[in-house]
Design a protein around this ligand. Structure first.
Ligand code: GDP
Ligand code: IMO
Ligand code: MG
Length: 436
């Protein structure tokens, strides 16, 4: 059984919580794209973990975790996270953590280029996490990248750094910054690569063997559908493919081996960074945005930036459901809406007075969208920690039902708080069949 977990909106839907919740039903948990731009928060008792590069399954000692070939890995950030997890009592060994030999490395000059690229864009900047993600993927697709396996061959690593840096320094200097030194970068990265060596693995072969042994695999998407470089709100996206198709490529798993796709959907939307956000609570709704931000603790787990908050966008989420083929949905953060008198849901878009039914490709069109809302009554009572659907207030159940109908997917799980057990697992036929 191989299940993919994917964010349906612009990220931070609660993927980490859901992966952690489901991880003990799987043998292997793997990431397949992105890097340490992700921030997946998991709470277990009085312990808080923020996973950036490592799959959220790492918290479960029985899970084997994989960083797939589609990822971009900053080796320094990798070991910072490994050390952080170790200090929090998690045992991390090469037996339970595998890093793809084909994954690309984020080099110090990629970080510098992320800064210069944002500077160059000025008002049109993307608002990236400045972790070097985009420039590392540019080098990958430009066939100039440095892969994990290259870093293990000293002469190759040295030559690749010199070549990469020669180009990067031209840009870095053009922006008035100090050029970086290849000897310093080589010294730093070669030491980190040596430390990485025992973790390096031919991961697609590892998955093929696991499949033969009927092992259960969970693929943990980072970022989300609307940040996908092909399908998201381009150019205000990340540089990888978080969507379901990306999972096969980025993990090195045949697409027809994937059993199902679980979408993670928040009861409202947020966005970090720039770019169109049709249902954003602006001006007159600023108080509402502040209330949601405060109740939902909507601050970036990586950059600490306040997240932009908005109403549930059924058009965009239905688009995500169709694109990824969600078999089921985990609906998160229901409790955050407990205090609201009324809740708006965007059920259609209007551009220049015309109703449109598809998700526009052009960011200028996206910016012009006038959302068509339906307003539902709030339930005005506490749902934190509820674990049974029958204990939810009727109006909360109606809201959940409304969202499910508007995106056309059954809801298999409702989250009512950040903790593992603050969850309603519905007897959803799709999810049940997965776990048989
Ligand atoms: P991810 O990037 O999709 O893993 O999401 P983040 O971890 O960045 O952000 C989600 C935040 O919401 C985290 O702080 C979670 O602990 C928290 N969270 C997840 N599910 C719930 C929920 O049902 N209710 C509340 N109140 N918080 C939740
Ligand atoms: P998780 O996995 C929310 C956003 C950035 C920026 C854009 C491009 O925690 O949901 P990048 O550094 O990737 O080049 O930035 O993507 N972004 C995220 N927003 N959650 C994330 O990850 C994100 N990862 C990147 O804010 O707008
Ligand atoms: Mg996050």
């Amino acid at each position: 059984m191989i299940i993919v977990i994917i964010g349906a909106q612009w990220g931070d839907e609660g993927k980490g919580k859901v992966v952690d919740l489901l991880a003990d039903r799987f043998d292997i948990v793997a990431r397949y794209q992105g890097g340490h731009n992700a921030g997946h928060s998991v709470y277990v008792g009085d312990k808080a973990f923020v996973l950036r590069l490592l799959p959220s399954g790492i918290i479960h000692e029985e899970s084997t975790c994989v960083l797939g070939n589609g990822m971009v890995i900053d080796p320094k950030a990798f070991f910072e996270e490994v050390d952080q997890m170790t200090s929090q009592g998690i045992s991390i060994t090469p037996e339970r953590l595998k890093v793809s030999s084909r994954a690309h490395l984020i080099m110090p000059y990629h970080r510098a280029l992320d800064h210069t690229s944002e500077e160059r864009l000025g008002n049109e900047k993307i608002g990236t996490t400045l972790r070097g993600i985009g420039p590392a993927y540019e080098d990958k697709y430009g066939r100039r990248g440095i892969r994990v396996s290259d870093a293990l061959v000293p002469e190759l690593l040295k030559a690749r750094i010199e070549r990469g840096l020669e180009e990067a320094n031209r840009v870095i200097v053009m922006y008035g910054r100090e050029p970086l030194r290849s000897d310093e970068i080589y010294e730093e990265i070669s030491a980190l690569a040596e430390r990485l060596r025992p973790f390096v693995c031919e991961t697609s072969n590892f998955f093929a063997q696991a499949k033969k042994q009927n092992k259960k695999i969970l693929l943990e998407g980072a970022q989300a559908t609307l940040l996908d470089v092909d399908h998201g709100t381009y150019p205000y996206v990340t540089s990888s493919n978080p969507t379901a198709g990306g999972a096969a490529v980025g993990a090195g798993i045949p697409p027809h081996h994937i059993t199902g796709v679980l979408g993670i959907v928040r009861t409202y939307a947020t966005r970090v960074g720039e770019g169109p956000f049709p249902t954003e609570m602006l001006d007159a709704e600023e108080d509402m945005a502040n209330l949601i931000r405060q109740r939902g603790n909507e601050y970036g787990s990586v950059t600490k930036r306040p997240r932009r908050c908005g109403w549930f966008d059924a058009v965009a989420t239905k688009y995500a459901a169709e694109l990824n083929g969600f078999n089921s949905v985990a609906l998160t953060k229901l409790d955050v809406l407990d205090a609201l008198e009324e809740i708006k849901v965007c059920v259609g878009y209007e551009i220049d007075g015309k109703r449109i039914d598809t998700f526009p490709a052009v960011s200028l069109d996206l910016a012009k969208i006038k959302p068509i809302y339906e307003t539902l009554e709030g339930w005005k009572s506490d749902t934190v920690g509820i674990t049974k659907i029958e204990d939810l207030p009727a109006k909360a159940r109606e809201y959940v039902e409304f969202l499910s109908n508007s995106i056309g997917v059954e809801i298999g799980l409702i989250s009512t708080g950040p903790e593992r057990d603050q969850t309603i697992i519905l007897q959803d036929s799709v999810m049940e069949s997965w776990f048989k």
